[in-house]
Design a protein around this ligand. Structure first.
Ligand SMILES: CC(C)(COP(=O)(O)OP(=O)(O)OC[C@H]1O[C@@H](n2cnc3c(N)ncnc32)[C@H](O)[C@@H]1OP(=O)(O)O)[C@@H](O)C(=O)NCCC(=O)NCCS
Length: 151
């Protein structure tokens, strides 16, 4: 598969099954309910602008996705910070530049909407994801420190 034949477009409600399937292939466990809640929030709430994207082959098969939120503040003005909360590329199509393509298109799209900063959270032990994000110009936040309390 040549990277140039992959098209990135806005995610639709109909992409639900493909997203759940890719996530399951990546994590080897199904998170159908997690995505039901996410899709409900993204596609039914008026508080968020659709920003999530999918990468598809010419035959329409979805091979990757990126999801995040751009919250609409008071008076219908979008905030200048957004987040990236989930990304996944079908393991059969990884290491071909699709992940980078999704991140770049997501950033371009948000920039056009006036966003100046994109936050994401990543597990400190997830070396693969940390490496991917660092390669895609994410660096440790100077404003957010993640705190936790063990119960
Ligand atoms: C992280 C992830 C999104 C990366 O997707 P990807 O499509 O493989 O990303 P890219 O192809 O852009 O980059 C990955 C690597 O392939 C390399 N690559 C890109 N195109 C290449 C090509 N044509 N030939 C060889 N290598 C290539 C990149 O340089 C990069 O290498 P590096 O790791 O040494 O820096 C993917 O591995 C994934 O889905 N991981 C699981 C994420 C997850 O846990 N999601 C659920 C919770 S959020």
């Amino acid at each position: 598969m040549n990277e140039s034949t992959i098209r990135v477009r806005l995610m639709k409600n109909d992409d639900f099954d493909a997203v759940v399937e890719i996530d399951e292939k990546v994590l080897k466990t199904s998170r159908q309910e997690f995505y039901e809640i996410k899709f409900e929030k993204l596609f039914k709430s008026k508080e968020y602008l659709p920003t999530s994207l999918v990468a598809e082959k010419p035959d329409g098969t979805v091979v990757g996705f990126i999801m995040g939120q751009l919250f609409m503040g008071e008076y219908g003005i979008f905030e200048d910070e957004a987040n990236l909360d989930t990304i996944g590329v079908d393991p059969d199509y990884q290491k071909q530049g699709i992940g980078e393509m999704l991140v770049n298109e997501y950033m371009d799209h948000l920039k056009e909407l006036g966003v100046r900063k994109v936050n994401t959270l990543v597990d400190r032990n997830d070396a693969k994801m940390l490496h991917f994000l660092n390669s895609n110009q994410f660096s440790a936040s100077t404003t957010i420190v993640s705190l936790e309390r063990i119960l």
